[in-house]
Ligand binder design. Structure first.
Ligand code: BES
Ligand code: ZN
Ligand code: ZN
Length: 504
């Protein structure tokens, strides 16, 4: 399905389906979810009396051919009793799957009913609903039934927002446009993440970034292997040595503010396939390691989103990209490499490669004298044990930055959890024959020791936060209606855009 969202149609322009929202019926009395339209209220009351629909979150009921509320079919979606942005985003996701499964056409979304229940403003409600709808409009099916699809056109569904007199159409239009940009760039990041290792190499990742940035005002520079070597990126070069695919270092620059404004730098791990290298991983679920570039993919999407939204800030995106493979020239346990900032690292486990490529990128980021550095990486299995696919683990020593991150996360519904990072974690990654060791000398706290390793490559005084997205970057088990059950999630993209507005 391919959806296009239109804005603010008049009620009488629709002859298809009305999607409208109700809150949960009050407990106790024989009450029904309230709806201001008398006829529609009677419909839901019947359903409530029959106990088929109470208006709770995730509940829905479709009345076909009822010809009420100015529509042929009416789809009610429950919002529960506490309605916030995330409730509306989820409702948008629920609406999308029902529109699709019931093959509904000419859909009009009753924005006013959502605004009333959220007790908020029309633009905010429109953005959340539109995000839920448009983020849901993604499936990685490029390689399924390819022959058949060549002759078939994707089904196009138009969805319009019905706004009442109280809502400002211009503001609603802008909010829907914002949602569409966030969804389009998120869905692009998901696509980059979902492509398997043979179809998503470092070279392809760089080429796709260049292609996607055309016309957005983002300048993309790509370093090849020779340049990476010349620039002293010992970590990125070292990790790439076992592979026949060349590494790439992708630099994206967007200047929405004056030349003097310090940029916010986003860094993303772009490991296009992580076999573990010589310290090879077990075969079970190794295919999941195609997602090891999701940090990079989501940073690429973040910069594109910021540019398309024309935000008045300066941002830079840095993506070190390589495969991690065993091979005759591969990094060996015990090898010592020299990172961009001159620090040396003993490699005790070639599977702890993410921190090696990020080391160079973080050092380079520090040289840009940024306002802040934010990195995202599918860095450790330990964070999956600690937080599952529910929260992204955040590591920062700045309480101010953590508050800004939490505020951004509250707005976007992308859950974060602050994890510990203290000097003891750094003690555990000190090296014997080099400055650092790429794995901890002790058991446990693997995500924190990884973060402490990364911190060694960020210059003092620069606010920095590390996001370990190993648990949340894919396979979210259908926890949220608008996020794929399986596959890349583009997690943190929307949070990073919010955060950039604060930091830039
Ligand atoms: N890409 C993995 C981390 C990972 C694990 C992501 C599971 C998603 C799911 C990373 O490169 C890695 O292999 N980390 C090792 C580090 C260890 C050797 C210190 C890990 O977490 O096991
Ligand atoms: Zn690894
Ligand atoms: Zn990895």
């Amino acid at each position: 399905m391919e959806i296009s969202l239109k804005k603010s149609l008049n009620k009488d322009q629709q002859n298809g389906t009305l999607v409208t929202f109700v809150s949960k019926a009050k407990e106790g009395k024989k009450s029904a979810p309230a709806h201001p339209d008398k006829d529609l209220a009677a419909l839901v009351k019947d359903a409530a009396d029959e106990k088929t629909f109470s208006g709770d979150k995730k509940e829905s009921i479709l009345f076909r051919n009822c010809n009420l509320g100015g529509a042929k079919h009416v789809l009610f979606i429950g919002l529960g009793d506490k309605v916030d942005g995330e409730t509306l985003r989820s409702a948008g996701g629920t609406a999308y799957s029902l529109i699709k499964s019931n093959k509904l056409k000419n859909v009009v979304v009753d924005l006013e009913s959502a605004v009333r229940l959220a007790g908020g403003k029309a633009p905010e409600a429109a953005q959340a609903l539109a995000e839920g709808l448009a983020l849901s409009d993604y499936a990685f099916d490029d390689y399924k039934n390819m022959k058949k699809k060549k002759d078939e056109k994707p089904e196009k569904v138009e969805i319009a927002f019905l706004t009442g007199a109280k809502s400002s159409n211009a503001a609603v239009n802008k909010a829907v446009d914002t949602a569409l940009i966030l969804a389009e760039t998120s869905n692009f990041s998901k696509w980059l993440g979902d492509l398997p290792g043979n179809l998503m190499t470092p070279t392809i990742l760089a080429d796709e970034t260049v292609k996607a940035a055309k016309g957005t005002g983002v300048k993309v520079t790509v370093w090849d292997k020779a340049r990476i070597k010349k620039e002293g990126f010992g970590g990125l070069l070292g990790v790439s040595l076992g592979s026949s695919e060349e590494p790439r270092f992708i630099i994206m620059e967007y200047k929405g503010a004056g030349a003097k404004a310090k940029p916010v730098v986003f860094v993303g791990k772009g490991l296009t396939f992580d076999s573990g290298g010589i310290s090879i991983k077990p075969s079970a679920a190794m295919e999941e390691m195609k997602y090891d570039m999701c940090g990079g993919a989501n940073v690429i999407g973040t910069i594109l989103a910021i540019a398309k939204l024309k935000l008045k800030i300066n941002v830079v995106g840095l993506v070190p990209s390589t495969e991690n493979m065993p091979g005759p020239s591969a990094n060996k346990p015990g090898d010592i490499m020299i990172a961009r900032n001159g620090k040396t690292v003993e490699i005790f486990n070639t599977d702890a490669e993410g921190r090696l490529i990020l080391a160079d990128a973080l050092s380079y980021a520090s040289e840009l004298k940024p306002a802040a550095i934010i990195d995202a990486a599918t860095l450790t299995g330990a964070i999956v044990m600690a937080l599952s696919n529910i929260h992204t683990g955040v590591f920062t020593r700045s309480s101010k930055l953590m508050r800004q991150i939490q505020d951004a996360s509250d707005l976007t519904g992308e859950l974060v959890w602050q994890m510990p990072l203290v000097d003891f974690h750094y003690d555990d990654v000190k090296g014997t024959y080099a400055d650092l060791c790429n794995i901890s000398n002790y058991k446990g706290a693997g995500s924190s020791t990884a973060a402490a390793f990364l911190e060694q490559f960020v210059d003092d005084g620069i606010p920095w936060a590390h996001f370990d997205i190993a648990g949340t970057a894919w396979n979210t088990a259908n926890r949220q209606s608008y996020v794929p059950k399986k596959g890349a999630t583009a997690v943190m993209l929307r949070t990073f855009v919010e955060l950039a507005k604060e930091l830039g």
